[in-house]
Design a protein around this ligand. Structure first.
Ligand code: FEO
Ligand code: CA
Ligand code: CA
Ligand code: CA
Length: 575
């Protein structure tokens, strides 16, 4: 892959080569710098991160958490406030001294719970660049134990009642916070993705058997027998043999007010329960609040919520994300499509059940099974939206996932390859230029591939994929204010075989009008690039580096997930 010598098209940079090293690269004329890494203090009373121990429990509650993901910036009364997700944690770094790096006590579990969730933090630009404002009154950590309210159709349903919460209206914690979103009224939306992995059972279960208490409805969401971090062994809340309904309190989109660190986060059940990637909010023609939502699992679906009431700036927004109808996408081979409403009539389920067992409701109406829907992004300069379908290496034959549907045949669908290691980005155009409209037409913006390995055919990629810009597994996506689409990858960074010439995970920029795509940034080997927001003056882009390899961003020791700040040396805006 050759870097091009000059800027191209609408892109204000010369595209860069692939990289295979353990650092970040940006184009000539741009500079990157770490803003904040896992373990950095949000409050001045927190000690420096101790790589020998992974930090104490007390320290873990006072620092920036692990594995950054979705991120949004809010300007609140002149303060730059970032809300950012912490999807999961690296136990080798968190518990370096423990057997198998796994919790051995409730305190170990609590430390694991403390480094995940969400951070809200003020940042400011000084002579040395951007930094976290320690002890800012905006700073807040939300983790796996933070009290939350449950709102919307599922609130109070029997499936949400537990001994701790007999009314079924509260939850503790938000889990596996992946992508994000923001509302026009200034709140942050954090999206619970692989929440199932935090639950398990202390029942004795025969090998390959299903625990007795795991219902078919639960199994559609894949609860394991043993959780990822051993929570159920020390914290009964995560033991499904004791508290099965705790499982139903996770898997939602949670609304957080970044302006008020005392505000209780709200789980908005009307947006459905599944492995939420992100939440892309746009206002439809009559002021309807439209939220696009992907369910990142092989053979699951793409959703859209449409509010009943209209958004009025300055008006009451407290129930806009509670009252409305969830829809799921059905794509037709002729390039048309329909958002199918998930109602009592169409599903035979109560609205509360639709919001708790959303995957089952979507299967009932015949939605199109997809190649792992990751981020959705809405173009602010044209009435169109995009979803990254990251990859799916098992769409062939009768592949199903977690009791879901047999996957739709590939022909004439937005998922055109039976074995799809590269991924694609689907784009849709709402009918009547209204995101609230139930009809749309669609095409593929890009089909990733490898024209070096495959001379022709679907695995070479679409025409806008070249040896100079190729990538695999699109995931994070955001539009800038100029209407350029920033594409982040989370894929195979072996740089071998099918992926030869693609290097480390990266961030590219696409022009929706021309289809052109150019590589802007490469991340450290081992990591993915996920999460992007801008300073209010748009002169700095904040970009997330998750699970990096090497010692990134430090000189030695274990690597740490990091948000970096990228700026232009001439001080001009980025995007
Ligand atoms: Fe957390 Fe689907 O990415
Ligand atoms: Ca992702
Ligand atoms: Ca991914
Ligand atoms: Ca990830």
């Amino acid at each position: 892959a050759q870097a091009q010598a000059a800027t191209m098209g609408r892109f204000a940079f010369a595209p860069i080569n692939i990289a295979t090293d353990f650092t970040v690269h940006v184009p000539a004329g741009y500079t990157w710098k770490p803003l904040v890494s896992w373990g950095d203090a949000l409050w001045s009373d927190a000690p420096a991160f101790d790589k020998a121990t992974g930090g104490t429990l007390a320290a873990s509650r006072r620092v920036f958490g692990d594995n950054t993901d979705g991120i949004e910036l809010f300007n609140i009364d002149g303060h730059e406030v970032i809300a950012v997700n912490h999807e999961y944690t690296e136990v080798g770094t968190l518990h370096p001294a423990l057997p198998d790096n796994m919790p051995q006590s409730l305190e170990d579990v609590q430390k694991t719970q403390a480094v995940q969730g969400v951070t809200v933090m003020e940042v400011a630009e000084g002579p040395d660049g951007w930094a976290v404002v320690q002890d800012s009154p905006f700073n807040r950590r939300i983790d796996h134990t933070t009290p939350m309210t449950i709102s919307g159709p599922a609130a109070g349903h029997d499936l949400l009642k537990t001994a701790m919460d007999p009314d079924g209206v509260t939850a503790l914690g938000t889990m596996n916070n992946c992508g994000a979103g923001r509302t026009p009224w200034g709140t942050y939306l954090t999206c619970e993705e692989n929440f199932n992995g935090y639950f398990g059972t202390t029942e004795t279960v025969a090998e390959d058997a299903t625990p007795a208490g795991y219902t078919p409805e639960m199994l559609r969401y894949g609860p394991p027998v043993a959780s990822r971090y051993g929570y159920e062994l020390f914290d009964a809340r995560f033991d499904l043999s004791q508290n099965p309904n705790e499982f139903n309190k996770q898997g939602y989109v949670v609304e957080i007010d970044p302006s008020d660190p005392t505000a209780t986060p709200i789980k908005r059940t009307a947006l459905g329960r599944f492995k939420h990637e992100n939440a892309a909010v746009v206002i439809g023609r009559d002021g309807k609040v439209v939220v696009y939502l992907g369910d990142d699992e092989r053979g699951e679906f793409l959703y859209k919520f449409v509010s009943t009431n209209s958004y009025v700036p300055g008006g009451d927004t407290s129930t806009l994300l509670d009252d409305g109808i969830l829809h799921v996408a059905k794509f037709e081979a002729d390039g048309s499509g329909t958002w199918l409403a998930l109602t009592e009539e169409t599903t035979g389920m109560s609205l509360a059940e639709v919001c708790i067992h959303t995957r089952i409701a979507a299967s009932t109406v015949g939605a199109t099974t997809m190649d792992r829907p990751e981020w959705v992004a809405v173009n602010p300069t044209a009435v169109e939206a995009y979803c990254a379908l990251t990859n799916n290496t098992d769409r062939a034959a009768d592949a199903t996932n977690m009791g879901g549907d047999v996957m739709t045949p590939v022909d004439g669908s937005p998922n055109p390859r039976a074995e799809n290691g590269y991924g694609q980005i689907v784009r849709w155009y709402p009918a009547n230029a209204d995101h609230a409209d139930p009809a749309f037409t669609w095409d593929l913006y890009v089909m990733a591939g490898n024209p070096d390995v495959h001379a022709e055919g679907p695995y070479a990629g679409s025409a806008n994929v070249t040896a100079g810009n190729m990538f695999n597994s699109p995931d994070g996506m955001m539009f800038d204010s100029a209407g350029l689409l920033w594409i982040q990858t989370d894929g195979d960074d072996s740089n071998e075989g099918e992926f030869a010439g693609q290097g480390n995970n990266q961030m590219l920029v696409g022009d929706p009008a021309t289809g052109e795509i150019a590589r802007f940034m490469t991340g450290p080997k081992g990591g993915e690039v996920t999460g992007l927001c801008w300073s209010s003056d748009r002169r700095t882009a904040f970009i997330g580096i998750q699970h990096p390899g090497g010692s990134f961003p430090d000189a030695d020791g274990a690597p740490r997930s990091t948000v970096i700040a990228v700026s232009r040396d001439d001080g001009a805006i980025i995007g």
